[in-house]
Design a binder for this molecule. Structure first.
Ligand SMILES: NC(=O)c1ccc[n+]([C@@H]2O[C@H](COP(=O)([O-])OP(=O)(O)OC[C@H]3O[C@@H](n4cnc5c(N)ncnc54)[C@H](OP(=O)(O)O)[C@@H]3O)[C@@H](O)[C@H]2O)c1
Length: 268
């Protein structure tokens, strides 16, 4: 987000080095005294599996800190964007989720993120809640990086084939944030890259795009697994394609297709 906004605004990064978001007590004062025009809250407890056993901590970061930030932003008269997630839905649908579809999280991470949305909205009714999904970037901690790491050292890897969503490049999310700020928008929005795929097909596309970009991979087979065969502590929603019609109409442009963005990232 910072590179996307740099040049158009003075950016004040706030992160773990100076503030612990698991201790919300001081955050209201911090954000009130910043007097920022916009606060984009990307901080979150995002480890879906460990959140199952640490829901209180995840709640402090994802809800109580978001609430404290919103209270600070309200005092200073600024605007806020709260990042949220497809995991607020139960994933039992079969058509892209719209912003007003009823949330029903099935894991602790999703519950705490939904609580964060509600908390922010209760203080700042005009806040932007931006739900996105399956986000990857050049950094280490995401699905693309995990698949490439495994594909570099293993001949066979197993990937779930019963989760469907829309892979989304962080750069595209950041550009959407920039455009929403430019429009002075408010409300809840869904933003992902366009198209949809399963985790398995996504992994195969990552490997094929990486080979195209001349990365040296050892993998020969990508095997399908499912939620039962690959046991993980947290339940994942199976189908979380988000309908991006609302944001496309406000921004007057459609998100790039997920394959285009994946190839662009791997080439760059
Ligand atoms: N990745 C996805 O697929 C995805 C999908 C939908 C929505 N989202 C949402 O998008 C936003 C960004 O997610 P991301 O994927 O970029 O997650 P991420 O890589 O885990 O980043 C979360 C950030 O929050 C910081 N943070 C976590 N706990 C903190 C604490 N106690 N004190 C201070 N900072 C803390 C992390 O700092 P450290 O790096 O130091 O831990 C990190 O900078 C989140 O709101 C997430 O819910 C992500």
């Amino acid at each position: 987000v910072i590179p996307a906004l740099q040049g158009d605004a003075t950016i004040i990064p706030i992160g773990r080095d100076t503030h612990d978001f698991s201790q919300p007590e001081k955050l209201e004062e911090v954000f009130a005294s910043l007097r920022a025009d916009w606060v984009v809250n990307c901080a979150a407890y995002t480890d879906v599996d460990t959140a199952e056993h640490n829901e209180a901590l995840a709640h402090r970061v994802n809800c109580e800190s978001a609430l404290a930030i919103a209270q600070g932003v309200k005092r200073s008269g600024g605007r806020m964007i709260q990042l949220s997630t497809d995991y607020i839905f139960n994933g039992r649908g079969d058509h892209p989720y719209r912003e007003d579809d009823p949330p029903d999280p099935i894991c602790a991470y999703g519950r705490t993120k939904l609580a964060g949305e509600t908390a922010v909205r209760s203080v700042l009714p005009e806040a932007i809640v931006l739900r996105t999904a399956w986000v990857y970037s050049k950094s280490k901690n995401n699905f693309v990086a995990a698949i490439l790491e495994r594909a570099m050292v293993n001949e066979e890897i197993c990937v779930v084939d019963d989760e469907v969503g829309a892979p989304t490049w962080s750069v595209d999310v950041a550009n959407a944030i920039k455009l929403l700020i430019g429009k002075n928008a408010s409300g809840t929005f869904h933003f992902t890259n366009s198209g949809q795929t399963s985790r398995l097909d996504f992994a195969q596309a990552i490997i094929s795009a990486a080979r195209h970009a001349r990365l040296d991979l050892k993998v020969k087979n990508v095997l399908p697994g499912n939620g039962e065969s690959i046991r993980r502590p947290a339940n994942r929603p199976k189908y979380t394609v988000l309908d991006t019609g609302k944001i496309s109409s406000v921004l007057r442009c459609n998100p790039p297709h997920w394959k285009t963005s994946l190839e662009t990232m791997l080439r760059s």
